[in-house]
Ligand binder design. Structure first.
Ligand code: DX5
Ligand code: ZN
Length: 221
């Protein structure tokens, strides 16, 4: 992608008792997408949101919902989140039995299909899906919690995907998103490597200075 960087604040770090206010606040301060982390207590050691909450978020939100499902057997629940209003739906390559089939089915339903990958998974395992996907979500922490430290190797993984997409002639069609430990410094490193969507939870929500932080991420070139 050659357009400017998109910023997706992660709801995981928002105040859970004031979600509506929190959504509006980051929208007014320049957020491009809301990143919604779905965790099942099995694929990752934490539990979060079900489809009813996503449906409520969708009714209220003025910007796209970027739903990241960290669940075992994503084929079983992905379409519940699509029905609830996900605009982008990313599942984990480690969890899907038929990842290629799931990507095709998501696209056939008109949702943007993303594939997410953990830090410990060989990046080349994405290659068979790159001709089909709309988005690649590269984890720069081990998923499950907000506020963890960025794993430096993520930048070279972004670069590898960027190069591979260029070889396939798909670089302008596929977004590369990075999730975990993003701040101005780590954000700059991954954008330099080719990222075009930055997820940031604690860096945006855990501060009084949300507007400046969103703007500073969006201005990374
Ligand atoms: C981690 C989630 C992330 C998380 C990022 O499992 O996928 O989206 O909310 O939080 P920060 O930006 O605080 O690392
Ligand atoms: Zn996420």
């Amino acid at each position: 992608m050659t357009s400017s960087v998109l910023v997706a604040p992660s709801l995981l770090s928002a105040d859970p008792l004031r979600l509506a206010e929190e959504l509006s606040d980051v929208e007014q301060k320049g957020a491009d997408w809301h990143h919604v982390d779905v965790m099942d207590g099995h694929f990752v050691p934490n539990l979060t949101y079900g489809p009813p909450l996503v449906r409520a978020l969708k009714k209220f939100s003025k910007i796209p919902l970027d739903v990241h499902i960290m669940v075992s057997n994503p084929e079983d629940v992905a379409f519940d989140y699509v029905d609830a209003g996900a605009d982008v739906l990313s599942f984990h390559i480690e969890a899907a039995t038929h990842g290629h089939r799931l990507v095709s089915a998501l696209k056939a339903r008109g949702v943007k299909a993303g594939v997410a990958i953990n830090p410990g998974t060989a990046i080349e395992s994405l290659w068979p899906l790159l001709p089909e996907v709309d988005l690649v979500l590269i984890m720069s922490v081990n998923p499950g919690f907000g506020g963890q430290k960025f794993i430096t190797d993520a930048s070279s993984r972004v670069n590898a995907v960027d190069e591979r997409l260029k070889i396939l002639g798909r670089r302008s069609e596929v977004r590369i998103e990075v999730d975990g430990g993003i701040n101005e410094e780590t954000g700059a490193a991954v954008v330099k490597a080719g990222a075009d969507v930055l997820v940031a939870g604690s860096y945006i929500y855990n501060t009084q200075d949300r507007e400046n932080r969103i703007t500073s991420l969006k201005e990374i070139r």
